[in-house]
Design a protein around this ligand. Structure first.
Ligand SMILES: [Zn+2]
Length: 262
């Protein structure tokens, strides 16, 4: 039975039509996930939600056990994951409140456990397209049917945090081709690929990067915009779940390890 997983902030599962059936604790060879998996039902469709930072929000981005989080999903039979995360816009055209369907990533995080293959087995997965293209298409269709504005492409730059960026860093990241900057997008995407799980990501723009507007950034501003965007995300997910549940995986993610092992 294929399963849909969602990694996001805590509380996203508290939405109309979604019933929490069970909170399942999973132990993995890589340690404990951020929280229990909230096994939910939406219109007959099973969906597992995981609060990335635990509940309440208590694990900073550089301390999240990304390996355990992704591995736990696989233990539950999840083979398609939607990840939702807060980001800063790197250019004025990526305004706070907008949703970006990511298609590329640059990983500038450091010191994180970022692979399931620490040896002796050596694996180099292909990461030309870091997000599942078929899932991206489904999310675009879902957004169109629910009349939600979704920027169809975007490059995510992952910093280590937890501090925000300097104005010069924001200029550099924009010059590198980034559209949004965040602290949790990696290694999530790569770990899912290593387990041959389809993975897609929607970035919520909560603020403009440092120096773009000249105003000081605060967590309050981020939380307020995230809250305002939550209903849009919920509507997008509600529209996406039936499409994702009906989808038979036919993409390269299923065979990501083929030819990747040394
Ligand atoms: Zn895929």
């Amino acid at each position: 039975m294929p399963g849909i997983g969602v990694i996001a902030g805590s509380g996203l599962y508290e939405m109309e039509g979604v019933r929490i059936k069970e909170i399942r604790r999973v132990n993995t060879p890589f340690g404990l996930p951020s929280d229990g998996y909230h096994l939910c039902e939406f219109d007959g469709i099973d969906v597992a939600f995981l609060p990335r930072h635990g509940a309440p929000h208590r694990i900073p981005p550089h301390k999240v056990n990304y390996r355990a989080n992704i591995y736990g999903f696989r233990e539950l039979g999840i083979d398609r994951i939607i990840s939702v995360g807060a980001t800063g816009g790197l250019k004025p055209s990526v305004q706070p409140g907008s949703l970006v369907l990511l298609d590329q990533v640059v990983d500038l995080s450091s010191g994180r456990e970022s692979t399931f293959y620490d040896g002796p087995e050596v694996v180099h997965i292909d990461f030309t397209e870091p997000y599942c293209n078929r899932m991206r298409g489904i999310l675009r269709d879902a957004a169109a049917s629910a009349e939600i504005q979704l920027r169809p492409v975007g490059t995510y730059i992952c910093t280590n945090g937890p501090r925000l960026e300097s104005a010069a860093e924001v200029r550099m990241l924009a010059a590198m081709g980034g559209d949004v900057v965040g602290m949790t997008g990696m290694p999530e995407a790569a770990l899912a690929r290593e387990l041959e799980i389809c993975f897609s990501s929607v970035a919520v723009v909560t603020n403009l990067g440092a120096g773009i507007t000249g105003a000081k950034l605060t967590s309050v501003e981020v939380i307020d915009t995230m809250r305002a965007s939550t209903e849009k995300i919920r509507n997008l997910l509600r529209a996406a779940f039936p499409l994702l549940a009906a989808w038979e995986r036919d993409c390269a993610c299923r065979e990501a390890l083929k030819g990747a092992k040394m």
